[in-house]
Design a protein around this ligand. Structure first.
Ligand code: SF4
Length: 376
């Protein structure tokens, strides 16, 4: 179904020095287990050897990949090149914590072929960083954003969080101002989600603080979009902004257009054709499966054509480009507009979507309510 789309590779490094109280991603603070993990990861790569070829993006995320040593990271990429057909100008991204970045680490990253760095700065406000329980200061965030450029990185991304209790729009805009002062090629601006099972989520449920309501969240979203578009960034996906589409994350775009991708490491998800599968979240289970000679897959689901169509609609409406009606028909054997004509007309009249030049796409207001739009 999607054989012409080139696959990407995601590698989940499941370690963090400490656990941020809002984080729902899988990570462990037992960093001493890193050698065992790397051994398991290497075996997992061998199990998928020569599948998913060629590959044009590698995303080393987590967790905190920047906790690994340059040698460990080099070893991972050597194994990737050995087991997969990685094209010459592949986009190779690493996620990094500001507290871990120094010049020699960054230079080593460039030398081993990493050409894109995504820095989890989250905020340039000390109070917000404190509330989020981050282990870096504003000073460290600033030097972390400056350093990759000096090390020769030409593709730098910043992750920032808004909608933090007590933050206020002014404080957020100030963080954005400080962020763009470094001219990063990419910005991901995420709304803080208070997941019920996280320490912050539990404190919120216990009434210790209140979170911004829908109206304020909408204001955060629209102000972010306006501010960054005015500064020359393209708001190309709900949470993502690029200084020109050549700087949009090639890897993340695979998640939004049903390209195949292989995820390695605990909790990593994969997708191919109409199959989606995900690995054991627990590090111990992940390793036990691999050491028993099995893929560490916890579950696989097969999507029906109708589920794929709905997903394509949901994901497409999260992107500025939207959905090509012709491609949709070719890929999902269905005319997107027929059957939903009335509802699309209403959404168009209400200013949430537009249908033009063979594309169905969200307006800026539509992007703000992309999750609701997907329920149509
Ligand atoms: S550093 Fe990132 S992955 Fe680790 S706990 Fe904090 S938010 Fe989660």
């Amino acid at each position: 179904m999607n054989s012409k789309k080139i696959p990407g590779l995601y590698i989940h490094i499941p370690f963090c020095l400490s656990k941020c109280p809002y984080c729902d991603f899988y990570s462990s603070t037992s960093i001493s287990a890193a050698p065992d993990f790397l051994n398991g990861l290497s075996k997992e790569m061998e199990m998928y050897r020569h599948q998913f070829n060629p590959i044009d993006t590698v995303y080393i995320g987590g967790g905190t990949p920047s906790l690994l040593s340059p040698e460990q990271l080099e070893n991972i990429l050597t194994k990737v090149r050995k087991n997969f057909d990685l094209i010459a100008d592949a986009e190779i991204t690493i996620e990094a914590n500001p507290a871990d970045l120094n010049q020699s680490f960054l230079e080593s990253m460039r030398e081993i072929g990493i050409n894109r760095i995504n820095i989890g700065a989250q905020s340039f406000d000390e109070k917000v960083l404190g509330f989020l329980g981050r282990r870096h200061s504003v000073k460290e965030a600033i030097s972390a954003v400056e350093a990759p450029r000096k090390a020769g990185f030409e593709n730098i991304g910043l992750d920032l969080i808004y909608g933090v209790p007590g933050q206020g729009i002014g404080v957020w805009l100030n963080t954005l101002k400080q962020g763009i002062a470094f001219s990063p090629e990419h910005l991901s601006c995420y709304q803080l989600t208070l997941e019920p099972k996280t320490p912050l989520g539990r404190r919120w449920q216990a009434g210790e603080f209140s979170a911004p309501g829908e109206e304020l969240q909408y204001e955060f979203f629209m102000k972010t979009s306006e501010f960054l578009e005015e500064a020359g960034y393209i708001h190309y996906e709900v949470s993502n902004f690029a200084r020109g589409m050549e700087h949009a994350s090639k890897h993340n775009q695979k998640y939004w257009d049903h390209s195949p991708f292989l995820g390695l490491g605990p909790s990593a998800h994969s997708f191919h054709g109409n199959q989606r599968w995900w690995n054991h979240r627990s590090f111990d289970q992940y390793l036990a499966s691999i050491n028993a000679g099995n893929l560490p897959v916890q579950e696989t689901e097969t999507l029906t054509i109708e589920q794929l169509r709905l997903e394509a609609l949901y994901l497409g409406l999260r992107t500025k480009k939207g959905i090509s009606l012709q491609d949709f028909k070719k890929q999902y054997h269905s005319d997107l507009l027929s059957g939903k004509k009335k509802i699309f007309k209403k959404l168009e009249e209400a200013g949430f979507i537009a249908i033009r030049d063979g594309y169905l796409y969200p307006t800026p207001t539509g992007l703000a309510i992309a999750d609701t739009l997907s329920l149509i």
